[in-house]
Each structure stands twice: as C-alpha cells, then as structure tokens.
Design a protein around this ligand. Structure first.
Ligand code: AMP
Length: 511
C-alpha cells in the first residue's frame, strides 16, 4: 500500500548495499542496515499495538538507530516526535501531556525520572542509548524485518516538531508526509545532490535542519553522510577532505574560521557549503570566501515550513541575504496592518505558501487560524525585505522589534553598524524599558579576540562607537546603553536568545 515518504526515501534502496552513514570509531551503516533496523522497529511498534497516527516521542542522543526509529515510525504510519535532548523532565512532562504519545523513547539514564511522567499519560517507555543499546533494540532484535509499510497519504502526519518556544509555551508543528517529501525533492534538485555526495553532518537530529533537510535530502539522492555526534572543529577539519558537502549553522562556520587549519587546500574539492537556522553574518560569508575560495550558500526555513528560500546554486550567493523563494514556494513581504505587499527595500512581515508549509499546530486550531492569512499564506513572524534584485533579507523576528516613542526600530540595522566597528566581533540589540519612550535600545557587544590561539579579547572603544552611531543613526535608534559581554547566549541551533538578553536588561531603566 502506498506510503508517501517511505516509498520515496526508503523503498528504492531495499537492495542498496552502499554506505549511508560513515561513523567515527564505528562500523559504517549501509542503506541495508538502516532498512533492517527500521523494519524491526516497525515490527516492534506493531507488536506493542501502536496504530497509524499514534505519536512516538523520542528524547535520545544522536545515533543511527535514532534515524532508524524515525524511518520505522514513518513505515508504521506513526508520527515521529523528536525532543531536544536539553529539555528537563518538567519540560518533557508538558510535551508528553500535550502530544499524548503511545510510546516514549529516552536514554536509559533518564528512564527512572521520566517513566512516571509517561505512565501517568498511559504511554509506554523504551530506552535507546547513544551506542544503540537499550530496551528498544533488545525487544526489536528478534522481530522480523518489515519491508512493507502502512498506507499514508500526502496529508497524513509524519512528524510533530515542537517550536523552540521563546515566547509562551512551545507549539507542536504538524508536518505531513507531503510537506516533508515536497521539500526533500525541491532541495535535492535545487542543490544538485547526487549519489556521489558525502554530506558532513554534525547537526542535532531533533531539529528540522539535521533531521529533515540533511537526512531526507541524502536519502533521496542515495548519497552518504559522515554522521558525527555533534560539531567539533577537530573532527570537521579531519573529515572535510572526505566530504563533498556540508550543512551547518553559522556557528560551525565561525568556529572553523577561528582555526588556522581551514584553508583553500582543505576544501578545494568541496562542492557545496550550506548555512541556515540562524543569520550568517555577511562578514562570515566574506571571510569564508577569502580564506577558502568557497561561497557559503545561505538558505532560510523554519520548523513550521521546512525550507522556504535559498541563495542560488548557480549564480550570485549574496552575503547577508537568504536568496530567492525555492521552486514551489511563494513568499511575500507585507505591511502588517494593510497586508499590502511592500515595495523593494522596505521592511515588512514575511509570509509563505507552498506544499512545504505545515498543517497547523497540534491541538491549537485557534492559534493555527491566527497564523494563516485568508488566502492560505503562513505568517512567519520574521521581518524581511526584498532588494531590487529580488533577494530576500531577514531582518529579525517581529517580536524583537523595538518601539521607541512610537517609532519602529529594527535591531538588525543597528547590529550591522555595531558589527562594523573596530574591535567588535558581534552584537545584539534589544529593548529595555525607557521612562519617556516606552522602550529604548540597549546594545550588547562582544569583543574580537586578539588572535586565534589567544583567547584574550581586544578592547572596545565605546566612545568611538557612540560617535559612529550618532553620525549614522537617527537619535531614537541610537543605543542608550552599551553592555560588553564575553559571548552572546545561543541555543543549540546557534540562534541568539534575545529573550535571555531582554531578561538580563529588563531592570536597566533608561532615562
Ligand atoms: P526554527 O524553527 O528553529 O528552524 O527557527 C526558524 C527561525 O530561524 C526563522 O523563523 C528565522 O527567524 C530563523 N532563521 C532560519 N534561517 C535563517 C537565516 N538563514 N537567516 C536568518 N534567520 C534565519
């Protein structure tokens, strides 16, 4: 019976002996290994009575077995629900209570704490450790390898991914088989993946980037992955010569750049470097090109929509932009009030529509309805502008917008100026309460280190930065306060956590 994702990603490989996952200090996994492990997990899901549509929540370390569990869920028609490994038991309790999974898979070390939470919600618990051991594999071992799959149409759910929830509770984004497959097909073609590709994979697999963008694209292409537990500069320097492509968050690139071993010779054979999940500084793009001769391809997406835009594969990859709409995706920048499309170079709210866009938030029909326009566009919550050549620029989240004395301030505009100042490595701009204007700008700065080997930092001359700001920015946009920190708080995908910074400066009353 047809199963949209399984038939496209897995069934064509049923007799494929090619290495799929190349592992550090372990035997590689071929396509066959994945199919067999997934087929046993599918049998296990059947034997414990899970039915198509049942959720399987998974909070485990990155492993090939965890990928096989994702595939086994797809095969058995279950909805895969990966959870960030950093979530505490209290947070996990919310997700289990909300999603009501039939099965929860966790690391053995968390079993004692998490079992009571699962049992209260009538959810069975199995374990899977980073080395593949645990009760999941033990129980699956003696079961037959299933090679058929449950019927699942394009509209059936394949996964629920909870958004990172920096404001309020996280929401479960429902992704269908059709959402995931359409995006994998698009990316496979647009980025020209083939079975010759070897993708360097150091991303977590509880997030759309490492799980769907990387894994689904490679499965569709029939290529290989060098599958590392996480990012580590030494490992990446070691494995880059064996790779053809790399997907990373911007921090991967800044860390590689801070290592002198990154040079043209190391990567001259590479076909493609892709960055996403957080803004790549234009300077990083430029520095990477001058050091390696390679232009990073920046793309933009989100949990709810998969990938929406990309810089071109052939053609100019413009630093500081996220390129153009991918084939099959429509994007528009609109005025938040009138909902009219904005002219070139004007900032508005970014809305997207296409087969890639999710089915809504799990059990939140009202919230879902609020986030879609009457003509079916999803309101991303990102502020963007389109330049006169059609390239889209993401200028921040709309909730990061600062309103001072009734004027809108886009943090990105100020951050770009601050980043350009001598001695500044990077910056973040957030609002603090202002007695007169409601909100005022606070600039948070990180100093450049003196050299790659020496972690000491250069000093920042606040007075000259103030002078530059007053020359180039209208008064209401000029930072009222400057704070120097060692580093910006980031989440596991490299996104600066502005909510954390806002919290830190909230008692800084500005006059
Ligand atoms: P997530 O749902 O965790 O993937 O986060 C999605 C959000 O990350 C988007 O709504 C953007 O705010 C941000 N994002 C992703 N890719 C980029 C990019 N290339 N440039 C700027 N922001 C990005």
């Amino acid at each position: 019976m047809p199963n949209t994702l399984y038939d496209a990603l897995i069934a064509p490989h049923h007799s494929n002996q090619y290495p799929l996952f190349r592992l550090k200090d372990k035997t590689d996994w071929t396509y066959q290994n994945l199919i067999q492990a997934a087929g046993r997990y599918a049998s296990l899901l059947e034997s414990i009575g899970t039915k198509p549509g049942d959720r399987v929540a998974v909070q485990v370390q990155k492993s090939v077995e965890a990928v096989a569990l994702y595939i086994g869920c797809v095969q058995q028609g279950c909805v895969f629900l990966p959870l960030n490994t950093a979530y505490t038991p209290t947070e996990v309790e919310y997700f289990i209570g909300d999603a009501k999974p039939a099965l929860f898979v966790c690391d053995e070390s968390a079993e004692t704490k998490l079992t009571p939470i699962a049992e209260t919600n009538n959810c069975k618990v199995l374990t899977l450790n980073s080395d593949g051991a645990g009760t999941l594999s033990q129980q699956a071992q003696s079961l037959p390898v299933k090679l058929d799959s449950q019927a699942r149409s394009e509209d059936d759910l394949a996964a629920i991914l909870y958004t990172s929830g920096t404001t309020g509770r996280s929401k479960g984004a429902m992704l269908s088989h059709g959402n995931l497959l359409s995006n994998a097909i698009t990316l496979h073609k647009y980025w020209q993946f083939t079975n010759k590709d070897v993708l360097l994979h150091g991303l977590p697999i509880y997030h759309t980037h490492g799980l769907f963008v990387a894994t689904n694209t490679i499965l569709l292409a029939g290529g290989s992955c060098i599958f590392l537990p996480s990012f580590n500069t030494d490992d990446f320097i070691e494995y880059l010569p064996q790779s053809t492509t790399m997907m990373g968050v911007p921090t991967f690139y800044t860390r590689l750049l801070s290592d002198d071993r990154l040079n043209k010779d190391l990567v001259s054979h590479m076909r493609l470097f892709i960055s996403g999940s957080a803004p790549l500084l234009a300077e990083t793009h430029v520095e990477f090109e001058s050091r390696t001769g390679q232009m990073i391809l920046e793309r933009y997406g989100m949990t709810e929509t998969n990938m929406n835009t990309s810089n071109p594969y052939d053609g100019e990859r413009r630093a500081g932009t996220v390129g153009f709409e991918l084939p099959g995706v429509e994007a528009r920048v609109v005025d938040p009030e009138s909902r009219e499309e904005k002219p070139a170079d004007e900032i508005g709210v970014l809305e997207v529509r296409g087969d890639n866009v999710f089915k809504g938030y799990w059990q939140m029909p009202e919230k879902t309805a609020q986030e879609f326009t009457s003509d079916g566009f999803f309101i991303t919550g990102d502020l963007a502008k389109r330049d006169s050549d059609g390239y889209l620029h993401i200028v921040g989240r709309d909730k990061d917008l600062i309103i001072s004395g009734g004027f809108n301030i886009y943090p990105k505009e100020i951050e770009l100026l601050l980043d350009d100042q001598p001695g500044v490595l990077e910056s973040a701009v957030v609002a603090a309460p202002h007695t007169d204007f409601g909100e005022g700008v606070v600039a948070i700065l990180v100093a450049q280190s003196k050299s790659h080997d020496n972690n000491s930092q250069t000093s920042i001359d606040i007075e000259s930065i103030k002078a530059a700001a007053s020359e180039q920015l209208a008064k209401f946009k000029q930072p009222k306060e400057y704070v120097i920190v060692e580093s910006l708080p980031r989440n596991s995908m490299g996104k600066v956590q502005k909510n954390v910074l806002r919290e830190q400066v909230k008692d800084t009353f500005l006059l």
